[in-house]
Design a protein around this ligand. Sequence first.
Ligand code: ACO
Length: 381
Amino acid sequence: MANEQRRAAHISGWGRYAPTRVLTNDELSRMVDTSEEWIQQRTGILERRVAGSDETTASMSLRAARAALDVAELDPRKVELIIVATVTPDYVFPSTACLVQDALGARSAGAFDLSDGCSGFVYALSVAADLIVAGRYDNALVIGAETLSRIIDWSDRNTCVLFGDGAGALVLQANRARGGVLASVLGADGSGGDLLKLPAGGSVHPATYETVDQRQHYIHMDGREVFRFATRVMPKATRQVVELAGLKVEDIALFVPHQANGRIIKSAVRALGIPPDRVFTNLARYGNTSSASVPMALTEAIEEGRVQKGDLVVCASFGAGLAWAATAIEWSLPLPVAKPPRRRIFWRRMLYHLARIQSWWRRSWRRAGALLRQLREGEEE
Ligand code: ACO
């Protein structure tokens, strides 16, 4: 497969988090004019998770990230790069990645958000992998997380049945062993931007009473057109990335597609000729979690033992933009990984408490400094 001795980005840790609140099709059928059968037959979704009022994209990212760092046995202070792929950040700014960086105590890390609809995570993975290959970083944390329930119009049956909340994270580390991220393909067609968007809240339509009244702060989607686009680009991007890696579609041991609609996945898999037992889906339980979909699915597949050392794993996604992305990974870690000793988990928990105290201390110090300056200025006047 890949050339040996080449510096590559290897996946060494993974984690996911899904809120505990389950929203079933039955409940939805009592909220809008739909039925359990329609949702199941047209989408393949049975239920989805909805974040609690105390949960946000950053808090879910943090849980997934900590789990991934535990698996990789990586000290958060050694993380050099944090990318959070999301379309539902906690704030427009500061970035969710900076909030995660602070909460982890990842004091050596640069951090930024990447927004590219449902393709965001695969884009982020590709960026992090390339920076590692270029020698810029050795340790990166790539997260996909969404709180889509906050931008869903719960009275719109065309969209509210599709989406869910959650987070997934991967640790990428530089290594000269065989395998790792072999190739990525990124694509975009902005002419389709109108097909899937959040119309207001940006610089075109800043928030006003009208934008709120007109429900412009929720997802608007032309489902049929997005469906057509998805069934076209998923197989295309998958073929391209496999070819770029110098391999064939038949070599794919596990295909992890964006979990948007069971019919889209079936159509792509049929077009590619991938046997169903080589395809991983968890869509029925989580719905479409946008940027979180691929890392949540990949993590679950790893936990279920669906990946073995030497396997070719391909992840492919599509979404708002319109944008699409695919990545080919040669799995390089023997599985299952041994659970880290309790004392190391305890030590990392202590580090997170310490990070909280340090963050509190820096905030307090800044506030105290500002207060002192004000007092001094008052005295001078
Ligand atoms: N319950 C009952 N009927 C419904 C529902 C519902 N929840 N939603 C739509 N319908 C109706 C429509 O109103 C339409 O009725 P009409 O014919 O009287 O107008 C009828 O069902 C058929 O509508 P279609 O759009 O043709 O239904 P389709 O079979 O295509 O399924 C769906 C709709 C599920 C939205 C599908 O088009 C789809 O999955 N599209 C892709 C969505 C997607 O993947 N989005 C990615 C988002 S990624 C990101 O970046 C956030």
